[in-house]
Design a protein around this ligand. Structure first.
Ligand code: PLP
Length: 400
């Protein structure tokens, strides 16, 4: 380790909360799917800011939009009308099931809004006991108290008792146990169309269709957490389009403004109307800067050919991972959708992540044994090939 590396590691320890297991590098600049660390070493970025950088780094359209908006107006508060916010809401609703959008600052905050909105919806109808939300085991919805209670993984919840009440968890993909858990208190089912932090878990065929039908039959709201799967990640603008369903409420964040913090809560008018002036608010949400960034990102993703290209690159990445998998016995399987792909190992993934980083490729390990690939949506075939070469070399080395 260089002295400079030792320096920033020790200052991090001294000044910053010790909440993350960070890699021992500091990234200082990037361009497209490449980033550079403080020692000048370059990496191919298959972490993509944890799916928050769909346009990669320093994308000229996004940089221009942010700089121009910063020069005009960064923030004013929601006491006033905000032109880029209206524009972003128009683009999102015209291209989704939703009629209205509310903006906030993160995925957890968007999910908090969804939880509050579904409670208010039934409260307004006089069904005051109907506030219970069913979520999935192995899910991830955020780190605030309510979204932690929604998250179906005890490792995140332990130590923060008492948990916010009104949540229960059923196995993801198991329709029968979901159906059995419905009772007169059930207000909503909240689900990630594909579980991201939970290891890129794809639901069984027809599952989401059946969940939608169950919600319709029982008058329950369907909340889709598309914080990770939205914004073109699966090859469609929103993941639900792959499954032939529409939600009543959807949450977005991560990729929405290309790395500028933002979250969004989208809903049909029937549901959105439950929030009246004063019911829900946030100081920064949908401010001119983050909204202008969102407009630039969404306009780019919606531009002709963009999502076609994402689908082509998705197919390419998937087929190359499938070529690699059978050659190395530590790889159990490949799974994913779009540019949200993973290989599951039969050993912990941390060493492979380190080896690949040393060879110049950044990937992330989730759920202990799952290597997750979340490249920027602008990734090229040649860059995928470079990653595959290093993946193979690292797998070979780990099996020595
Ligand atoms: C990342 C994530 C969240 C939390 O988003 P934050 O911006 O970190 O609060 C919620 N849901 C899903 C599906 C996520 O992937």
């Amino acid at each position: 380790m260089t002295t400079e590396t030792m320096d920033f590691i020790s200052s991090n320890k001294e000044y910053v909360f010790n909440t993350y297991g960070r890699s021992p590098i500091m990234l200082v600049e990037g361009k497209g799917a490449h980033v550079k660390d403080s020692a000048g070493k370059e990496y191919l970025d298959f972490v993509g800011g944890l799916a928050a950088c769909p346009l990669g780094h320093a994308h000229p359209v996004l940089v221009k939009a942010i700089c121009e908006q910063a020069g005009k107006l960064i923030h004013v508060s929601n006491l006033f009308h905000i032109q880029p916010q209206i524009e972003l809401a128009r683009l999102l609703t015209e291209n989704s099931f939703a009629d209205k959008a509310f903006f906030c600052n993160s995925g957890a905050e968007a999910n908090e809004g969804a939880i509050k909105l579904s409670r208010k919806f039934f409260h307004d109808r006089g069904e005051h006991e109907r506030y219970h939300i069913i979520t999935m085991k192995n899910s991830f919805h955020g780190r605030t108290l309510a979204t932690l209670a929604a998250t179906g993984q005890t490792k995140y919840r332990d130590g923060f008792e008492p948990h916010t009440q009104g949540f229960s968890h059923v196995p993801f993909g198991d329709y029968e146990s979901l159906e059995r858990s419905i009772n007169p208190e059930t207000a909503a089912i909240m689900i990630e169309p594909i579980q991201g932090e939970g290891g890129i878990q794809i639901p069984p065929p027809e599952y989401l269709l059946k969940v939608r039908k169950l919600c319709d039959d029982k008058g329950i709201l369907l909340i889709l957490d598309e914080v990770q799967t939205g914004m073109g990640r699966t090859g469609k603008l929103f993941a639900y389009e792959n499954f032939g369903i529409e939600p009543d409420i959807m949450t977005l964040a991560k990729g929405l403004a290309g790395g500028v913090p933002i979250g969004a809560l989208l809903a049909t008018d029937r549901v959105a109307d439950s929030f009246k002036p004063g019911n829900h608010a946030t100081t920064f949400g949908g401010n001119p800067l983050s909204s202008a960034a969102g407009v630039a990102v969404l306009t780019e993703i919606l531009s002709p050919g963009f999502l076609d290209r994402v689908r082509i690159m998705s197919g390419y990445l998937r087929s190359r991972l499938e070529d690699v998998a059978p050659k190395y016995s530590v790889v159990r399987l490949v799974r994913g959708m779009g540019l949200m792909q993973a290989i599951e190992l039969n050993i912990p993934g941390a060493d492979l992540v380190t080896m690949m980083r040393n060879s110049g490729v950044l990937v992330n390990c989730t759920s202990d044994t799952v290597i997750r690939f979340l490249p920027p949506l602008i990734i090229s075939g040649q860059e995928i090939e470079e990653m595959i070469t290093i993946l193979e070399a690292s797998l070979a080395k780990i099996m020595e």
